[in-house]
Design a binder for this molecule. Structure first.
Ligand code: BGC
Length: 766
């Protein structure tokens, strides 16, 4: 019956009596209502009003996220020259601005209100790189859900998140804002974030529209320098960089932000292949496409022409909304007259903006997100509790020699370091709505958790940096690096004295919050000298040395790895950092985080990532070999590999057992193994599965993550785990950019990180 219907349809098509458009499924009733509404409204709109909807402004006053701010915002709203606004919060404030649009503009069209809600709103969670180290999708989704609840209670309906840019270069400051180096994990996280923000399709007033960014490849800037050129093969994009954006689109993300960088020689914001062919046609994206901050205008500096030219280029490419630069507002009318853009293109962009407003329910109630009674949903004790739990899950134990951790809740601890008592640095970069004064510093958390039998002696020990230029450049948003009046020697001396009186030292060191983030690239990613000197002096005391490390990127930690007894990486854990750090240090929570970006031995190894190719002259171990792909002065291996992270307990992995050694494309392979908790603590492990395609028509990476499971085991407990591998997991992009599988030999690896694995082989039959 079905095949008869298909045949009938085919004959009809061949006869040319119906077009493909006619056989498309008809839109669902809600979509139909939206289409009718938007069309009806657009019939009433003048050309100027349509162009006005494409204008996204920021009035300034809050935390600056770009170099220029919009002028004359209220007047422009009255004239119908603004479609949306970002950078203000508060239901009252948002309402008063919305009222200008709704009451004083000719057509009463409500505005969109957006903000960079990146890792929480007022309840700030760990920076995204930290969050990704939890590998915990329900928790990640929960963080976005709480962020959306708070943001919508604060007047907002649009979050410029998730940021899903894959980054293989820790010099790049915005690596802090993403989920690391792996496209598979990044895709899972993208999905979880979109779901957390948007809920079941924006129906409720505590959900908001997400915006996946920065489309695309922004994380591949050459030399890790922000906004720098990106030059990448198509196959590399499809395989390693595009999947997380695609995952967000598949999860029905409402909007996409174009990136600053160029792709194939054309800036993303004016790149038709990217914004139309790939995003709309191949991926079927139906939402709103917004530029990044003045990225339309910046195409002039890229060398693409004057403002009118680049604005027309962007509209032609498929951009719908222009953030801050007002190129659309000031030039599109002229371009229409001169036939550089079409009416249809302007209509299309306007339609996308109005549809977003419709989906958010703003035409039903423009004040839907302006409810002052919801104030109690913000920074509630419940949300703070979740932030503490989520932060603890993001921390990664990098070293724990002789089980120095967890600490006993007795004795004397020397708590030293410039980040031990630094409220200002707990939230991390991109926490624009967060109030650092509400954050818990490490010293306070330690006192909260330690109980009465622990004596804590505090000494700052060093400034975050003594380099005055770095201090000035880092402190643009306030004195994150507070420079002490005392000399470095005096400060170190005080710390050494504290250490001498204590049983052990907890040194809280690392980067200031804004040493990562936008325009915060570093060419040297080691600890600043001032802190290195402090650590060396502390090590000399012979007291056990525990490092608590704050960082927004992988750092080079050779000395620290060699001489510290333990290293706990806590990224920037958000508002509850101090409590969460203490929970982990004292063993109330057993750390389970695993790094999602490789830690290089030195900057010369960058870019460094686990899923590299084998090359024709692979290097196979620590030893240098002439005529192999290696270095004279350093091994190829990272200091800590992707997926690495320790626990207070120890997990043993059994051998892999495969359900078959040969599978057909329609079959699944089951991979089983036993994992046992053989240490002295209950704990959670992230078991990771990788594959390798041994022979293919294009070169394939030495390992690719294809699955993971989080498993909680009580001490002494064992469990059998099962993974399933199907042909979808074995596919890749071939040189014709087709998503294919090829029969042949594969390896499968399961382990505690990308390096330490058990392995087995199987064959995919034709
Ligand atoms: C950033 C975006 C951000 C935007 C708005 C830009 O500078 O690149 O990530 O969403 O500003 O604040």
């Amino acid at each position: 019956m079905k095949s008869f219907r298909n045949l009938f349809l085919l004959l009809f098509l061949l006869a040319g009596t119906v077009t493909l458009a006619q056989v498309k499924p008809s839109p669902a009733p809600t979509e139909l209502r939206m289409n009718q509404f938007v069309q009806g409204l657009m019939q009433k709109m003048t050309l100027d009003e349509k162009i006005g909807q494409l204008n996204l402004v920021t009035p300034g006053g809050g935390v600056a996220t770009g170099a220029v701010v919009s002028q004359g915002v209220e007047e422009k709203i009255r004239k119908g020259q603004v479609g949306g606004l970002f950078g203000i919060t508060g239901p009252d404030k948002v309402r008063s601005v919305q009222e200008i649009a709704v009451k004083e503009s000719r057509l009463h069209i409500p505005l969109l209100f957006g903000l960079d809600v990146i890792h929480g709103h007022k309840t700030v969670f760990p920076i995204p790189l930290g969050l990704s180290c939890s590998w915990d999708m329900p928790l990640i989704e929960k963080s976005a859900r709480i962020a959306a609840t708070e943001a919508t209670a604060d007047g907002l309906c649009w979050a410029f998140s998730p940021m899903v840019d894959i980054a293989r270069d820790p010099r790049w400051g915005r690596i802090a804002e993403g989920s690391g180096e792996d496209a598979y994990l990044g895709s899972q996280i993208a999905k979880a974030m979109v779901k957390g923000y948007q809920g079941e399709g924006l129906a409720k007033n505590n959900t908001l529209m997400a915006c996946v960014k920065h489309f695309a490849l922004y994380g591949a800037a050459e030399a890790g320098r922000d906004y720098n050129t990106v030059d990448m093969s198509r196959i590399g994009m499809y395989q390693n960089y595009l999947p997380p954006y695609k995952a967000a689109v598949d999860a029905a993300v409402g909007s996409v932000m174009s990136s600053f960088n160029e792709i194939d020689g054309i800036p993303a914001t004016g790149n038709k292949w990217l914004l139309t062919d790939l995003l709309r046609k191949q991926w079927g994206f139906k939402g709103l496409v917004v530029s990044d901050y003045t990225s339309v205008n910046e195409m002039s500096a890229h060398g693409m022409g004057d403002l009118q030219t680049v604005s027309a280029l962007a509209l032609n490419a498929g951009l719908n909304m222009d953030m801050v630069g007002e190129g659309f507002l000031t030039t599109l009318k002229k371009s229409l007259k001169e036939h550089k853009v079409t009416q249809q293109q302007i209509d299309e962009a306007c339609k996308r903006v109005l549809e977003a407003k419709y989906k958010l329910g703003l035409f039903d109630d423009p004040y839907r997100y302006c409810n002052v009674q919801r104030a109690n949903e913000i920074l509630s004790s419940e949300n703070r509790k979740a932030a503490r739990e989520i932060a603890a899950h993001s921390f990664v134990l990098l070293k724990n020699a002789k089980q120095v951790l967890p600490l006993k809740k007795s004795g004397t601890i020397a708590l030293v370091g410039p980040l031990a008592d630094s409220k200002r640095n707990m939230l991390g970069t991109w926490s624009v709505a967060g109030d650092w004064q509400q954050s818990i510093p490490v010293i306070e958390g330690m006192k909260n958790v330690a109980g009465n039998n622990v004596n804590i002696i505090f000494a700052k020990g060093a400034n975050i940096s003594d380099d005055s230029l770095l201090v000035k450049r880092t402190n643009v948003f306030g004195p994150e690096i507070e420079v002490d009046k005392r000399s470095p020697e005096e400060m170190i001396q005080e710390a050494v004295e504290a250490a001498t009186k204590a049983d052990l030292v907890v040194a809280v060191v690392g980067e200031a919050a804004d040493m990562t983030g936008e325009a915060s690239s570093r060419s040297d990613i080691s600890l600043p000298k001032s802190q290195e000197n402090l650590l060396k002096a502390l090590a000399k005391t012979g007291k056990p040395l525990v490092i608590v490390l704050f960082n927004g990127r992988p750092l080079t930690l050779n000395w620290e790895n060699k001489y510290a007894d333990a290293i706990l990486d806590v990224w920037f854990g958000g508002i509850e950092t101090g409590n969460a750090v203490a929970d982990v240090l004292f063993g109330d929570y057993n750390p389970s985080g695993k790094i999602t970006a490789s830690f290089p031995v030195n900057t010369g190894q960058i870019p460094i990532y686990y899923n590299h190719k084998n090359t024709g002259r692979p290097y196979n171990g620590e030893e240098f070999a002439k005529f192999k792909s290696n270095y004279l002065d350093v091994s190829n291996d990272p200091l800590y590999p992707f997926g690495y992270g320790l626990s207070y307990t120890s997990f043993q992995y059994g051998e892999l057992s495969l359900s078959k050694t040969k599978i057909r494309p329609n079959e699944k392979l089951r991979v089983k193994l036993k994992i046992s908790n053989e240490g002295n603590f209950d704990g959670e492990e992230t078991v990771q599965l990788y594959i390798r395609d041994m022979v293919a028509t294009v070169t394939r990476p030495v390992k690719e993550l294809k699955g993971f499971q989080k498993v909680f085991l009580k001490k002494g407990e064992s469990r059998e785990l099962e993974f399933s591998i199907g042909v979808e997991d074995l596919k890749f992009w071939n040189s014709n950019l087709k998503w294919v599988y090829e029969p042949g030999a594969f390896q499968v690896f399961v382990g505690t990180n990308s390096r330490d694995v058990k392995e087995a082989s199987f064959e995919l039959l034709p």
